[in-house]
Design a protein around this ligand. Structure first.
Ligand SMILES: Nc1ncnc2c1ncn2[C@@H]1O[C@H](COP(=O)(O)OP(=O)(O)O)[C@@H](O)[C@H]1O
Ligand SMILES: [Mg+2]
Length: 375
């Protein structure tokens, strides 16, 4: 275990059963899982990613690879449903969760028979963290990727964050509308309000960044010891202390653009090596290791504040990571009794890194329906 890791007793939460109806290549699937590690292998295009995508989508309301839920509905079908049973190991409670989505209809979410209005309630109660091949480009991605990484963590760590963030977003949209239509009378007032809210968003983000910094330094020393000057820099989205003043100063420019160019939408969490951006300095392997570290930090902070485990989905583990990175990640993830879903094209090469795992093989039949078989 890495030095000064949080010492905590976590409540273990695990996905006991999953049923899919018309989710991508799954016409009908019903499968129970064990509470530790599930390895899913199969040929390319067989439906491995689709399976963990369904688990992630049910919790977060989003896919980690496509923005539109409509794409997830099986071709020539109108509606998809994901049912699941989650168990909490400390008291053996089983929660039944069902999420349906039909094109042009609102999502329907039910938990233990009750209608749930907000997806975020589900994300809070049944957290799923996905580490997909995209995640390994953490350093190279546009700032919006790292911003969502940060925002997702702040959302879980700070209970008020979502509400403040949403208000700020709304205000920003309104402000942009006024600028676009050149309705200048009220702009200054809205700018002031926006600056106040944006400052609150920044403060909450900053507090979580401080937590990230501590764990990042410890893990970076351990796993990338040759990079002695590796630091994280948080940029809040504007330069000085006073966003209102900055908005006023840039007013003419914003009028021309039709939107504001400073604010919470410009925040970033960058990685620096000897004060230079990591994306221009590090090798591909180092960048992936750095991404692994960022996700370990993420999981640690997340579980520390809950304190409960999240279901972790790792997509295409062996195609993206070298042996050293897989060993690091697998050792870390197995320290706690966490439930893991891992996809790979070849379970045999990955299995040695994980003790006590159950292996499933995904296959498509001649009607392109995917099925799962215990290997
Ligand atoms: N909406 C959909 N309806 C039916 N099949 C789909 C849909 N979306 C994707 N597919 C198919 O489902 C399979 C899913 O592949 P994927 O899970 O990405 O495979 P893997 O991860 O095993 O490589 C592919 O064969 C794809 O053509
Ligand atoms: Mg895949």
């Amino acid at each position: 275990m890495s030095p000064c890791r949080y010492a905590f007793t976590y409540i273990e939460v695990f996905l006991k059963k999953l049923s899919l109806e018309h989710f991508r290549c799954y016409e009908n699937l019903e499968q129970s899982f064990n509470e530790t590690i599930t390895l899913i292998d199969g040929d390319n295009g067989s439906g491995k990613t689709a399976l963990i995508e369904a688990i992630y989508w049910q919790s977060t309301g989003r896919s980690f690879r496509h923005p539109k839920s409509a794409d997830l509905i099986q071709h020539s079908q109108k509606e998809l449903t994901v049912f699941s049973e989650y168990q909490r190991s400390h008291n053996s409670t089983v929660d039944k969760l069902g999420v349906s989505y039909a094109v042009n209809n609102k999502k329907r979410i039910k938990c233990n028979g009750e209608i749930i209005q907000r997806q975020t309630d589900i994300a809070q109660q049944f957290p799923v963290i996905a580490i997909d091949p995209n995640a390994f480009l953490w350093v190279d991605h546009a700032p919006s990727f790292r911003r969502s990484y940060l925002d997702w963590l702040v959302f879980h760590v700070k209970p008020d964050y979502l509400m403040i963030w949403k208000k700020t977003q709304k205000l920003q949209q309104h402000l942009n509308k006024l600028l676009k239509r050149e309705l200048l009378q009220d702009v200054s007032l809205w700018q002031e309000q926006y600056a106040q809210l944006a400052h609150q968003v920044h403060l909450l983000r900053q507090q979580v960044v401080d937590q990230i910094q501590v764990r990042f330094s410890a893990l970076a020393q351990q796993f990338l010891p040759t990079l002695t000057d590796l630091t994280l820099r948080y940029h809040k989205g504007w330069r000085g202390e006073d966003l209102h003043q900055e908005l006023n100063e840039k007013h003419k420019h914003h009028l021309k653009q039709g939107f504001i160019t400073v604010g919470i939408h410009k925040a970033d969490l960058q990685c620096l090596v000897n004060q230079q951006p990591a994306q221009v300095v590090l090798s591909r392997g180092q960048k992936k290791m750095l991404a692994v570290i960022m996700y370990l930090v993420f999981i640690e902070i997340f579980e520390h504040v809950k304190p409960q485990t999240a279901v972790i989905c790792l997509d295409d583990i062996d195609s993206e990571l070298d042996n050293r990175a897989i060993a690091l990640l697998s050792d870390y993830l197995q320290e706690q009794k966490r439930q893991l879903f891992i996809t790979t094209v070849n379970a045999e090469t990955v299995q040695p890194y994980f003790s006590q795992c159950e292996v499933f093989h995904v296959k498509q039949n001649r009607h392109n329906n995917a099925t799962l078989h215990s290997a």
